[in-house]
Design a protein around this ligand. Structure first.
Ligand code: SF4
Length: 389
C-alpha cells in the first residue's frame, strides 16, 4: 500500500483570525495562571504586543500553515498548540516583570552546524572552506551541546552543516536523546531523505525540513548545486517529507540572475506542488564560496522580492499558496534578530557566531563563557543592520 502524502493546509481569513484568537486566549491564560496579577498581566501583554509589532512590521500574518495537528507562523517559532509554545511568552514575561533573563535564555533559536560532511559543493556555500574535513565534534559532543541549550529552555533548534543528512544515523540518535521540549528542523539539499529516513526522523522528534531549492528550472538548480541529481533529490525529499508529516520549507538563494518576477512566481507555483508550507528567500552574501565576490543584490532587485513577498502573502489569489518568508525585508525594516539578540549560529567546530554569514567566531558553546560571548556579540551588533532587541 502506498503511503499517503500529507499536504499542508494554508489557513486564511476568518479561520486564521479565529486561530489567532485562540492562541491569544491560551497565552493570556498562561500569563494569568503564572503571574497572578492584573498589573503584571498588562505589563507583559504590552511587551509581547510590542515585540510582535516589531517582528511583523509590514506583514500582518495573513496566512498560517497547518501540518500534523499544529499551526505554524514560520519555521523559527514553535508550532501551536504545543507544551513549549508559551516559552517565548514566558521569557518576555520574566523580562517585563523581573528582568532576570540571561543572554542564553533570551535566544529564540539556535542553528547548529551538525557536520562538515556534504556530497555537494554549491556555488554559494557559506561553509565551503570546511566541507568534508574531518568532523571535530563527536555525537557525544552534540549531545552535550543540545543538553546545554535545552537546559536554557531554547525551543527552536535547527541543524545545518554540511548536510546533516550525511550523518543521518547520528542525527536520529541525537534527536532520540533530546528532551521533547523543542521543535527541531534540518537544513538539507534533500540528499538521503528517503522515505525510511524521513519516517525515522519524524519518529525521533523532527518537526520539519528546510530543503534548498535554488531554481524552479531543474537545469539551473543542478548547475548551482554542481550536481546533476540535485533537483531530483529535492523532489524526492519533499515527497518523503510529506509522507512523514514533516513541515516543509523550500529555501532559495535569490541570486541576481534569479531575481525576476517571473522566476519568483514560477518558484512559488512549484513550491505549492511540492507541498511546501513555507518558501524562504535568502539574499546572497559575500562569504564562504562567494567570499570576495560581487554578489549582493541591488536595491531594485530587493524591491522586486519585497513586492513579491507582500503580494504573495496578502493577495487573495495566492491564499492557498505557501507562506513566503523574506528575512531581508524584516532586517531592513525592524532590525536583525541574530548576533546573540534572538539567535546564534554554532559552527562545525562548536564555536558561536552571530549568524552563518557574520562569522565573528566567539568561544566554544560548551565553555562556561557563553554569557560574556553573547554579550560581546550583542554589543558588536550586526554588521549590516540595526539589531532587533
Ligand atoms: S548542500 Fe549546503 S552545506 Fe552542502 S555544499 Fe551546498 S550549501 Fe554547502
Amino acid at each position: 500500500m502506498q503511503t499517503q502524502l500529507n499536504y499542508p493546509r494554508i489557513i486564511t481569513g476568518l479561520e486564521k483570525r479565529w486561530t489567532i484568537l485562540q492562541m491569544w486566549f491560551t497565552v493570556s491564560f498562561f500569563i494569568i495562571c503564572k503571574y497572578k496579577s492584573p498589573l503584571k498581566f498588562v505589563k507583559i501583554i504590552k511587551k509581547v504586543i510590542n515585540l510582535r509589532n516589531r517582528y511583523t512590521v509590514g506583514n500582518t500574518y495573513n496566512k498560517l500553515a497547518y501540518v500534523d495537528g499544529r499551526v505554524f507562523f514560520n519555521f523559527n517559532n514553535n508550532g501551536w498548540p504545543s507544551k513549549y509554545f508559551n516559552r517565548i511568552i514566558d521569557i518576555e514575561a520574566r523580562d517585563a516583570v523581573y528582568q532576570d533573563v540571561t543572554n542564553i535564555e533570551n535566544l529564540r533559536m539556535v542553528l547548529i552546524a551538525f557536520t562538515k560532511k556534504c556530497p555537494l559543493n554549491c556555488e554559494h556555500c557559506y561553509e565551503g572552506a570546511e566541507l568534508n574535513k574531518k568532523d571535530t565534534l563527536t555525537l557525544d559532543d552534540h549531545k552535550k551541546i543540545l543538553k546545554k541549550i535545552q537546559a536554557a529552555g531554547i525551543s527552536t533548534i535547527h541543524f545545518g552543516g554540511g548536510d546533516p543528512m550525511a550523518k543521518v544515523n547520528d542525527l536520529i540518535e541525537l534527536l532520540e536523546s533530546a528532551e521533547k521540549t523543542a521543535d527541531f528542523w534540518i537544513f538539507t539539499s534533500g540528499f538521503n531523505l528517503t522515505e525510511a529516513n524521513a519516517m525515522k526522523l519524524k519518529k525521533a522528534g523532527l518537526t520539519g525540513v528546510s530543503i534548498s531549492l535554488d531554481h524552479h528550472d531543474p537545469e539551473f538548480h543542478n548547475r548551482f548545486r554542481r550536481n546533476k541529481d540535485a533537483y531530483k533529490w529535492v523532489e524526492d525529499a519533499a515527497t518523503n517529507a510529506l509522507k512523514a508529516n514533516l513541515v516543509i520549507t523550500l529555501s532559495v538563494c535569490a541570486t541576481r540572475e534569479f531575481c525576476t518576477e517571473e522566476n519568483l512566481y514560477n518558484y512559488l507555483e512549484l513550491s505549492k506542488k511540492l507541498g511546501a508550507s513555507f518558501v524562504q528567500i535568502l539574499e546572497p552574501r559575500a562569504v564562504g564560496n562567494y567570499e570576495g565576490m560581487d554578489v549582493l543584490l541591488s536595491s531594485e532587485q530587493e524591491q522586486i522580492i519585497e513586492h513579491f513577498f507582500v503580494k504573495s502573502n496578502e493577495d487573495e489569489k495566492y491564499k492557498s499558496y505557501p507562506i513566503v518568508l523574506y528575512p531581508g525585508y524584516h532586517q531592513r525594516k525592524s532590525g536583525c534578530p541574530g548576533a546573540g539578540s534572538k539567535y546564534i549560529y554554532i559552527d562545525t567546530d562548536g564555536y558561536m557566531s552571530s549568524c552563518p554569514f557574520c562569522r565573528n567566531k566567539k568561544t566554544h558553546i560548551l565553555d562556561d563563557t557563553h554569557e560574556a560571548s553573547l554579550q560581546e556579540m550583542k554589543s558588536e551588533g550586526c554588521g549590516k543592520f540595526e539589531l532587533l532587541n
